[in-house]
Design a protein around this ligand. Structure first.
Ligand SMILES: Cc1cc2nc3c(=O)[nH]c(=O)nc-3n(C[C@H](O)[C@H](O)[C@H](O)COP(=O)(O)OP(=O)(O)OC[C@H]3O[C@@H](n4cnc5c(N)ncnc54)[C@H](O)[C@@H]3O)c2cc1C
Length: 296
C-alpha cells in the first residue's frame, strides 16, 4: 500500500503512465473507452451507470468542463443506443464553490438527460456534504423526476433519511459508504453496518421506489433475494448494482438468475482517489493490482 500515496501524488504525466494499475477498476480515460465498456456489459445482459471521475473541484472553470463532459457522455450513450444512465459527484460540478453553482451545472446535465428521460444519480460523498447533497437533490427533483440520491448505510442518520426518501418516492441507491467517518457519525464494526444495511434494504424493497442495492457482499445479496422472494417483491421492482471490475463473474451470475444488475463504470484521467478507495476497502483488490504488475 506504500505505493498508493506515490500514485496519488504523481505528476499528471506519470499518473497517465501508471493507468495500467487502475485499469481493472476504471474503464479508460475517454468517453469512447467508457461507452465501449458499457456496450460490452450490455452484451452480457448488464446495464450501467457512467461516472466521469473527479471530485473536490475548486475552480468554476473545472466544474464547467466536467459538466460539459457529462452532457457529451449523455449524447454518446444515446447515440450508441447503450443501456446506461449517469452518476454525478456534486463536488465535481462545483458543490464546494456554491450550491447554486452545483445546481446550475446539474440542471445543464438534466436538460440533456430530459430529452430521453435518462436517470441521473447523485453519488454521496463525505458526511460534511450530505445535507447539501439532499438540498440540491430536492431542488433538482422539483423540476425533473428522474433524479435520485445515495444513502450510505454506515451513517447513523441513514434510517431517518431513508424514511424521508421513501415518503418522497425518491429512487435511492443503498451502499455501505466508502469514506472514513468518525464514530459519532458512522457505525464502525462491519457487523453493525451490515445489520443497518439490511434493515434499510428491507424498508426500501417493501416501500421504496425501485431501489438500487449496491453491494458486492454475498451475505447482503442473499438476504435481499430472500426478503424479496418471501414478500412477493418481483425482480423488476429493484436492481442490484456493483462496481466495474469487482466480481464480474458474480455480476453475470446474478443477471443470469433473472435479477437486474447495473454496473457503475468510472472513467477519466482523475482516477487516483477512486482507485485508492477501492484498494483501501479490500485486500482482494490490492491482489488484482499486484497481479497486473506482473502481467503487464
Ligand atoms: C454501484 C455502487 C455505487 C456506489 N456508490 C457509492 C456512493 O455514492 N457513495 C459511497 O460512499 N460509496 C459508494 N459505493 C461504495 C460502497 O459504499 C462500498 O464502499 C463498497 O461497495 C464496498 O462495500 P461492499 O458492500 O460492496 O463490500 P465489502 O464490504 O468491501 O465486502 C463485503 C464482502 O463482499 C465480498 N467481496 C467484496 N469485494 C470482493 C472482491 N473484490 N472479490 C471477492 N469478494 C468480494 C466479500 O465476501 C466481502 O467479505 C458504491 C458501491 C457500488 C457497488
Amino acid at each position: 500500500m506504500a505505493l498508493i500515496p506515490r500514485v496519488l501524488n504523481a505528476k499528471p504525466n506519470l499518473q497517465r503512465r501508471l493507468f495500467f494499475l487502475a485499469k481493472r477498476f476504471v474503464a479508460g480515460e475517454t468517453v469512447d473507452s467508457a461507452v465501449a465498456a458499457v456496450q460490452q456489459l450490455n452484451a452480457g445482459g448488464l446495464s450501467a451507470t457512467l461516472d466521469f471521475l473527479g471530485e473536490d473541484v475548486l475552480l468554476e472553470r473545472d466544474a464547467a468542463q466536467t459538466t460539459d463532459t457529462y452532457v457529451a457522455m449523455i449524447d454518446r450513450i444515446v447515440a450508441a443506443g447503450a443501456d446506461a444512465n449517469v452518476s454525478v459527484k456534486l463536488s465535481a460540478i462545483g458543490q464546494a464553490i456554491s450550491e447554486d453553482l452545483a445546481l446550475a451545472n446539474l440542471e445543464r446535465i438534466i436538460a440533456r438527460a430530459r430529452e430521453t428521460n435518462m436517470f441521473v444519480r447523485l453519488d454521496m460523498e463525505g458526511s460534511s456534504t450530505v445535507d447539501s447533497t439532499y438540498r440540491i437533490c430536492d431542488r433538482a427533483l422539483a423540476d425533473y423526476e428522474h433524479v435520485g440520491p445515495v444513502v450510505q448505510a454506515y451513517l447513523h442518520r441513514a434510517a431517518a433519511d431513508v424514511e424521508r426518501l421513501i415518503a418522497a418516492r425518491m429512487r435511492v441507491r443503498l451502499c455501505k459508504g466508502a469514506y472514513k467517518e468518525p464514530p459519532p457519525v458512522a457505525f464502525q464494526p462491519m457487523a453493525d453496518i451490515r445489520a443497518n444495511y439490511l434493515t434499510l434494504a428491507r424498508a426500501l424493497l417493501e416501500r421504496g421506489n425501485y431501489p438500487g442495492i449496491a453491494t458486492h457482499d454475498d451475505q447482503l445479496i442473499e438476504a435481499v433475494k430472500k426478503h424479496a422472494r418471501e414478500n412477493d417483491i418481483g425482480p423488476e421492482r429493484f436492481e442490484f448494482q456493483m462496481l466495474y471490475g469487482i466480481r464480474p463473474n458474480k455480476q453475470r451470475r446474478i443477471a443470469e438468475e433473472g435479477y437486474r444488475m447495473r454496473v457503475y463504470v468510472p472513467f477519466g484521467t482523475h482516477w487516483a482517489g477512486y482507485f485508492y478507495r477501492r484498494l483501501a476497502e479490500r485486500k482482494e483488490n490490492v491482489f488484482f493490482v499486484v497481479r497486473s504488475l506482473f502481467s503487464k
